[in-house]
Design a protein around this ligand. Structure first.
Ligand code: OSB
Ligand code: MG
Length: 368
């Protein structure tokens, strides 16, 4: 395969309701969508998960656009590629910028699976034909609002509830949830809102039988996560800390966590995701697929990845209607009884809707 033309689009999509974490609130999702055409005219799609501002990691929509336009696209156009695993070599002289790299790599995996005539899930080595889905619920104005949402999502069949926490919105909130939903599979995500000095406070999490506490401490702090994990029985899951296979080794060897959240963009692509998946499997570390409020293309890639066998915990791969009035793919991603069926047709198994994409496009540029 040989990429002949790449179009970048800056999309802006209004979310059904604002999403709040310990760092702030998102109402309009702005991101880059990438369309890549190969020498046979096949088209592959990639979606950047970088947000408009750098609150989650240092990457943003504009840093991604810059990296894509000035470095990554020039490096990849007209290069002969036998397998998507080669993409990391082509980009080896460009440091980090994982979300930008992953945007192209995702489109290449899509094209590769079309070329082979198999689903993206099969191309990645996926084995499941349906995946379990959980839901992530942002910080709400009142505990009642949160309880009502949980009620709704339990009724819709979601397999686990994840609630965002921060100092002042944590122990009491979880206690209320457990009072009303004693048995619901529940976890909490702190997005790095605590420090090891809060250990006595974090110890209180143990009374709620959470499936895990996600990213309680600073994103670069493997040592303190290890100290915390030794002191609490709730499994620690790392999200923001994990950018690579090496980070994963470090976390496992240091005992910084018992579970890992894999986000394709954060770790630089599907190839690296697969390597991390395999490493975790070898060490009996369960993984699950995180979400970045993706539109349809990102969602389809998450679904394909989650079909790998060590994705044993429900992911944040909710259906399209969780965030969007109208998603950019047909059909939209549907969750039934808490499951999504993994498509078994060549490629991602969903059709990007070019008309809908146009309505959300703020700016576009084609490179050839
Ligand atoms: O920490 O997992 C996170 C959303 C944006 C940025 C970071 C996170 C999240 C979520 C929601 O928790 C995931 C989703 O539903 O897409
Ligand atoms: Mg998280």
């Amino acid at each position: 395969m040989n990429l002949k033309e790449i179009t970048l689009r800056h999309l802006k999509m209004r979310m059904k309701s604002p999403f709040s974490t310990s760092f702030g609130t998102i109402q309009d999702k702005e991101f880059i969508l990438l369309e890549a055409k190969d020498e046979s005219g096949n088209i592959g799609w990639g979606e950047s998960v970088a947000f408009y501002s750098p609150w989650y990691t240092e990457e943003t929509l504009k840093t991604n656009w810059h990296m894509l336009e000035d470095f990554l696209i020039p490096a990849i156009l007209n290069k002969e590629i036998q397998h998507p695993d080669e993409v990391s070599d082509i980009f080896s002289s460009i440091r980090k910028n994982n979300m930008a790299k992953s945007t192209i790599e995702g489109a290449i995996w899509d094209l590769y699976s079309q070329e082979k005539g198999i689903s993206l899930a099969k191309a990645l080595g996926g084995e499941k034909n349906k995946i379990e889905v959980g839901i992530s619920i942002g910080i709400q104005n009142t505990v009642d609002d949160l309880l009502n949402l949980i009620d709704e999502y339990v009724a819709e069949g979601y397999k686990r509830m994840k609630v965002k926490i921060k100092p002042g919105w944590d122990i009491e909130v979880l206690r209320e949830i457990r009072k009303h939903f004693p048995n619901v599979p529940l976890m909490a995500d702190a997005n790095s809102a605590y420090r090891l000095k809060d250990i006595d406070h974090l110890r209180k999490l143990d009374e709620f039988e959470l499936m895990m506490i996600e990213q309680p401490l600073a994103s670069d702090d493997f040592i303190d996560h290890a100290k915390l994990q030794k002191e609490i029985s709730t499994p620690v899951c790392l999200d923001e800390s994990i950018h690579s296979y090496v980070d994963t080794r470090m976390a496992i060897e240091m005992g910084s966590c018992k579970i890992i959240n894999i986000k394709i963009g954060r770790i630089g692509g599907l190839t690296e995701s697969k390597r991390i998946h395999d490493l975790c499997q070898k060490h009996n570390i369960p993984v699950w697929c995180g979400g970045m409020l993706e539109a349809g293309i990102g969602r389809t890639h998450n679904i394909a990845l989650t079909s790998l066998s060590n994705f044993v915990l429900p992911g944040d791969t909710a259906g399209s209607s969780r965030y969007w009035e109208r998603d950019i793919i047909d059909p939209e991603v549907i969750v039934e009884d808490g499951y999504i069926n993994v498509p078994d047709v060549p490629g991602i198994g969903y059709e990007p809707n070019t008309e809908t994409i146009k309505t959300f496009t703020v700016f576009e540029k084609t490179f050839s």
